[in-house]
Design a protein around this ligand. Structure first.
Ligand code: ADP
Ligand code: MG
Length: 231
């Protein structure tokens, strides 16, 4: 048996605002094998973002445990979480999150600079990453000179810059038309197949679920379904 890339055990999260408690995640457990593309579905408010943030160490749970690539995320201190986010996990968000004054290449170079990858090696890696996502002809364009789908490709290249084992994407197609959304999901699928990265992708577009190896369904914070997608 290979070690799972992600283990989630009895994970719960409660948000408290004044007197009101929201049970955003209710004792969720599952594991993800390396090299899998996992889709997380569920309507708005079902807990998808909460769960992805807990897996990536962006937030802390009420209860439960997360292990990513052998690192016990829920036991890491701030420095450990910073390392996890820099080295082990790459994030992609719905709104792309690119820096508008930087070119595509400079955006992809940001995490490499943070990891102190210097000069020529950085430029070389940026070039390869942008080619990997099909943007070799657009390296010097700024985000506003790129389409939404192209911006998300830059964001995916940036997320992969430090060769993470796990890619976490929170509704990466949410701002895209359905055809472009499908192309982005297909790109993520191709990266999982060719780069050996494992991916967990939240989506509420049912048309994209057949690209995943496994679909997890959240409803009101509870995991209600877990299915391998028939091929
Ligand atoms: P999804 O990503 O599936 O739309 P979320 O994880 O964002 O769902 O939200 C799950 C539930 O938790 C929702 O009821 C939402 O309103 C609530 N929630 C999310 N973030 C916060 C927060 N920071 N403070 C209070 N409630 C929150
Ligand atoms: Mg969300």
């Amino acid at each position: 048996m290979t070690e799972p890339m992600v283990v989630v055990e009895n994970l719960s999260k409660v948000y408290r605002t004044g007197q009101i408690e929201v049970h955003a995640l209710k004792s969720v457990s599952f594991s993800v094998q390396p090299g899998q593309l996992v889709a997380v579905q569920g309507r708005s408010g079902s807990g998808k973002t909460t769960m992805l943030n807990l897996i990536g160490g962006l937030d802390a749970p009420e209860q439960g445990r997360v292990v990513v690539d052998g690192h016990e995320v829920t036991a890491l201190d701030e420095a450990g979480l910073l390392r996890l986010r820099r080295e082990t996990v790459g994030f992609v968000f719905q709104s792309f999150g690119l820096i508008s004054v930087l070119s595509a290449a400079e955006n992809v170079g940001v995490p490499l600079r943070l990891a102190r990858v210097g000069g020529e090696e950085r430029e070389d890696r940026v070039r390869r990453l942008l080619a990997l996502v099909g943007l070799q002809a657009h390296v010097n364009q700024r985000p506003y000179e790129l389409s939404g789908g192209q911006q998300q490709r830059v964001a995916i290249a940036r997320a992969l810059a430090n060769r993470p084992r796990l890619l976490i994407a929170d509704e990466p197609t949410g701002q895209l038309d359905s055809q472009t959304g499908r192309e982005i999901m297909q790109l993520i699928q191709a990266l999982v197949r060719t780069q050996g990265v494992t991916a967990i992708v939240a989506t509420h577009d049912p048309g994209l679920l057949n690209l995943a190896d496994t679909v997890l369904e959240l409803r009101d914070g509870a995991l209600v379904g877990q299915a391998a997608v028939p091929v």
